[in-house]
Design a protein around this ligand. Structure first.
Ligand code: FES
Length: 185
């Protein structure tokens, strides 16, 4: 059970205040819950519904529609390997197979320590640098098997913590919601 924490309720309320209709803040609040726990569980959906005065079913309907919102647990690092055409022709499938071997999980799985979830994805718009992957939506191109292993080692050791924050963190710069477009700069 993971309702939003007190600081996140505060952030949720100031986000809702930005919109003429509270329900328009649904997707930002889903991201907020995902940033808190890495995914959005039933308790979080219930809490968001209460904050927005909509039904939990409406929250689930939106949460389950978008690929970037997860309604199942996800590892700290979401590794998304592209196997679309440019990557396919440049070793994307072999890279995915290598990733499965290195991480010890099939695509769609999460490592036992909760560090990595591996997924196969369609084009991530870095075709010129195929084969490509993304970790927590931070993109890497021309990924060789040995570069993949180095990436995994670096992530495990926390050496990339500055560059790649935990899954669910879209942005580490917080908007100051007390300022509006009418506020003096
Ligand atoms: S086909 Fe892989 S990034 Fe476009």
């Amino acid at each position: 059970m993971a309702r939003l924490s007190a600081p996140n309720v505060e952030r949720a309320r100031s986000t809702i205040a930005l919109y003429p209709h509270a329900r328009s803040a649904l997707i930002p609040l889903l991201h907020l819950a995902q940033e808190q726990d890495g995914w959005v569980d039933e308790a979080a959906m219930q809490h968001i519904a209460e904050l927005l005065e909509i039904t939990p079913a409406e929250v689930l309907g939106t949460a389950s529609f978008y690929d970037m919102i997860f309604t199942e647990p996800v590892g700290k690092h979401l590794v998304s390997v592209c196997t679309n055409i440019a990557c396919l022709l440049n070793g994307g499938v072999e890279l995915l197979e290598h990733a499965e071997k290195t991480l010890g999980v099939r695509a769609g799985g999460t490592t036992a320590d909760g560090e990595f979830t591996l997924e196969e994805v369609e084009c991530i718009a870095l075709c010129g640098d195929a084969p490509c992957l993304a970790v927590n939506w931070r993109f890497r191109g021309k990924v060789t098997p040995s570069a993949f292993d180095t990436l995994v080692d670096d992530l495990r050791a926390g050496r990339l913590a500055e560059e790649i924050p935990p899954h669910g963190t879209l942005c580490r710069v917080r908007r100051d919601t007390t300022k509006t477009s009418e506020s003096p700069a």
